[in-house]
Design a protein around this ligand. Structure first.
Ligand code: G6P
Ligand code: ZN
Length: 552
C-alpha cells in the first residue's frame, strides 16, 4: 500500500464556447468515435451532466474503471478531478483502470456506491480510429434507466460550464490509498472481488476436476478486459494449462480486432472449435466482459439456446440449487427459454432490448436468470450481463453431465424442441435508407395480419411495447414484430449501439417440436422466412447490400 500526501487542488471553472448537442446516450451509454471524444471539453461536458444528475454525488462513493481501450486512462484522470470538484468523498478505481462491466456492477453493490462510471464502447473496436464510451450505472449496480440518461442529455444541451480541479494524476497502476483534496481515491485490484463472487456461486472443485480430466479448452479474451479475469479463474485457480486463455493481455486497440464474441469477429476461435479436434470447449467475451459466446467441438451454442440450457440445468450450480424465481429474455431473443420456463412452472418475462430492462425484475426478485440474443446472459448476482459467469456456468454443467456440448444441445432439443434462430445484421447503412426501410415496414404492419408470409398466415404484427410489471412504466417502439400462425417470428430493429450510419437487425425464429427435424442448418431451416422478409422490406434495394454483414 502506498499513500501520498493530499495534494492541494485548485478548483477551475471552464466555460464552453457552445453546448454539445449530440450527447444522447444510446442502448448502453454515450458511445462515439475516439475522435469525437477528443474534441476539447467533450468528455468533460458529459461527465459534468452526469455529476449534476446522479443522486448522492456530494459525499458519495463512485466506482470507476474501464475496458482498457484507448482513452481509458485520460478519462479516468478527468473523471477523478471532476469528481473531486463535485464533492465525491471517495472513488474506487481499479489497477490500470481495468474493470469489466460485471465486475463494476459487483463492486458498486459490495461497496454501497452511488453508482459507477464504466469507460467502454463494449464490443466496438477501440484505438484512435475506434470508438470510446461512457456508461453510468446506478446504485443497484445496473445500467441507469432512460429517465436518467434523458435528464443527462437535456443537461448537456444547455450546459455552459463545468468544474474540475487541477491536480497531479493518480498512480492508478499501484494499489493504494490516494487523495485529491478531500476526496479519497482507493486503487484496488479489479479482479479479486469478482473472483470471490464466482467462488460463491459455483462449485470450483468440481469444475477443476473436469478441467484436469481430458478437457482441453480455449478462451479468447480478444485482447480486451477479460484477459486478467480469465487467466486468474481458468488457469491459476481452475488449473487449465497455461495458454488456454488466448489474447489475454488487454491492449488499447484490442490488437486491431473487433472484440465482439460471435462467429464473424471471433472467427479464429470459432474455426478452432468448429473445424478442429483439439478443444472440447471454447468461449470468448467482448471488450468489457459482459458478452459471451459458447462453443463445443463442432458445435456453436446460439445465445438464445444458451439461456434455455442454463435455465434447464440451473440447479447444478450451488447458487441456483433451490431453483429459479423466474426468467426473462429480450423480445428479439428466441422463445427457447419460454418452453423451459413453462415446464419448470416459473414465470418468463419478455422485455425490450437492453439489459437495463431486467433491473426491476431482478431487484423485485421476480427473476433469477435472464438473457439476450446479443450474446448476453446473466443472473441476480449482479445487475449486468456477465460473460465469464456464463462460461463458468457452462463448465459447471459440463462437469456435472460429463458429456460434450453438442450432446447437451441434442438432448435439450430432444426434450424441448428446437427454436431455429438467426440474426442478420446490415451494418453501416446510410441513416436515411435504414430509417426509410424501417418506417415503411412499420406502416405496412397493420395490413399484414391475415396475409400470407413465407407460406404461413400472419397472426399479429406490431411495434413492440413493454409495460414494466414492477413500476408500470411503458416503453414503446421497441422493434417491429411479424408473428406467424405456427409461432414463428420475424423481428426488425435499428441498433441502438452502432456508431457508423445505421445498423438494421433482422431476427428470425422458427420452432420445430421434438418430433421434427432437429438437425438442420438454421440458415436452411429459416430460408423461406429470410427471403420473405428481404422481399417485403426491400432490404437489397434499399441498403444496396446483397447479403448481411454479420450473421449470427
Ligand atoms: C448492448 C446492451 C444489450 C443489447 C445490445 C444490443 O450490448 O447491453 O442489452 O442487447 O447492446 O443492442 P443493439 O441496440 O445494438 O441491438
Ligand atoms: Zn459489452
Amino acid at each position: 500500500m502506498t499513500t501520498s500526501a493530499p495534494a492541494e487542488p485548485t478548483l477551475r471553472l471552464v466555460r464552453l464556447d457552445a453546448p454539445f448537442t449530440d450527447q444522447k446516450p444510446g442502448t448502453s451509454g454515450l458511445r462515439k468515435s475516439s475522435q469525437q471524444f477528443e474534441q476539447a471539453n467533450y468528455l468533460e461536458s458529459f461527465v459534468e451532466a452526469v455529476f449534476r444528475t446522479l443522486p448522492g454525488v456530494q459525499g458519495g462513493t463512485l466506482v470507476l474503471g474501464g475496458d482498457g481501450r484507448y482513452g481509458n486512462r485520460r478519462a479516468i484522470d478527468v473523471i477523478l478531478r471532476m469528481g473531486a470538484a463535485h464533492g465525491l468523498s471517495k472513488v474506487i478505481v481499479t489497477t490500470g483502470g481495468i474493470l469489466s462491466t460485471p465486475a463494476a456492477s459487483n463492486l458498486i453493490r459490495q461497496r454501497q456506491a452511488i453508482g459507477g462510471i464504466i469507460l467502454s464502447a463494449s464490443h466496438n473496436p477501440g484505438g484512435p480510429n475506434g470508438d470510446f464510451g461512457v456508461k453510468v450505472n446506478g446504485a443497484n449496480g445496473g445500467p441507469t434507466p432512460a429517465s436518467f440518461t434523458d435528464a443527462v442529455f437535456e443537461c448537456t444541451k444547455t450546459l455552459e460550464q463545468y468544474t474540475i480541479v487541477d491536480a497531479a494524476a493518480i498512480a492508478i497502476d499501484t494499489p493504494g490509498s490516494y487523495s485529491i483534496g478531500a476526496m479519497q481515491v482507493e486503487v484496488i485490484d479489479g479482479v479479486d472481488d469478482f473472483v470471490a463472487l464466482m467462488q460463491q456461486l459455483f462449485d470450483f472443485d468440481r469444475i477443476r476436476e473436469l478441467i484436469r480430466s481430458d478437457f482441453p479448452l480455449a478462451f479468447d479474451a480478444m485482447h480486451a478486459v477479460t484477459g486478467p479475469y480469465a487467466t486468474r479463474l481458468l488457469e491459476e485457480i481452475l488449473g487449465a494449462p497455461a495458454g488456454s486463455v488466448r489474447n489475454g493481455v488487454p491492449l488499447e486497440d484490442f490488437g486491431g480486432g473487433h472484440p465482439d464474441p460471435n462467429l464473424t469477429y471471433a472467427h479464429e476461435l470459432a474455426e478452432l472449435l468448429l473445424d478442429g479436434e483439439e478443444f472440447r470447449f471454447g468461449a470468448a467475451c467482448d471488450g468489457d466482459g459482459d458478452r459471451n459466446m459458447i462453443l463445443g467441438q463442432h458445435c456453436f451454442v446460439n445465445p438464445s439456446d444458451s439461456l434455455a440450457v442454463l435455465t434447464a440445468n440451473a440447479t447444478v450450480a450451488p447458487a441456483y440449487a433451490d431453483g429459479l424465481a423466474g426468467v426473462a429474455r429480450s423480445m428479439p431473443t428466441s422463445s427457447a427459454v419460454d418452453v423451459v420456463a413453462k415446464e419448470l412452472g416459473i414465470d418468463c418475462y419478455e422485455t425490450p432490448t437492453g439489459w437495463k430492462f431486467f433491473g426491476n425484475l431482478l431487484d423485485a426478485g421476480k427473476i433469477t436468470l435472464c438473457g439476450e440474443e446479443s450474446f448476453g446472459t446473466g443472473s441476480n448476482h449482479v445487475r449486468e450481463k456477465d460473460g465469464l459467469w456464463a462460461v463458468l456456468f457452462w463448465l459447471q454443467i459440463l462437469a456435472e453431465r460429463r458429456c460434450s456440448v453438442a450432446e447437451i444441445m441434442a438432448e435439450h432439443w430432444k426434450r424441448f424442441g428446437r427454436h431455429y434462430y438467426s440474426r442478420h445484421d446490415y451494418e453501416a447503412v446510410a441513416s436515411d435508407a435504414a430509417h426509410g426501410l424501417f418506417h415503411r415496414l412499420e406502416g405496412m404492419l397493420p395490413g399484414l395480419v391475415g396475409q400470407s408470409f413465407a407460406g404461413r398466415s400472419v397472426s399479429a404484427a406490431d411495434n413492440f411495447s413493454y409495460t414494466d410489471p414492477v413500476d408500470g412504466s411503458v416503453t414503446k417502439g421497441q422493434g417491429l414484430r411479424i408473428l406467424l400462425e405456427d409461432g414463428s417470428r420475424v423481428m426488425v430493429r435499428l441498433s441502438g449501439t452502432g456508431t457508423k450510419g445505421a445498423t438494421i437487425r433482422v431476427y428470425l425464429e422458427s420452432y420445430v417440436p421434438s418430433s421434427g427435424d432437429l438437425n438442420q442448418d438454421p440458415q436452411v431451416a429459416l430460408a423461406d422466412m429470410i427471403s420473405a422478409i428481404n422481399e417485403l422490406a426491400e432490404i437489397k434495394q434499399r441498403t444496396g447490400m446483397d447479403r448481411p454483414t454479420v450473421i449470427t
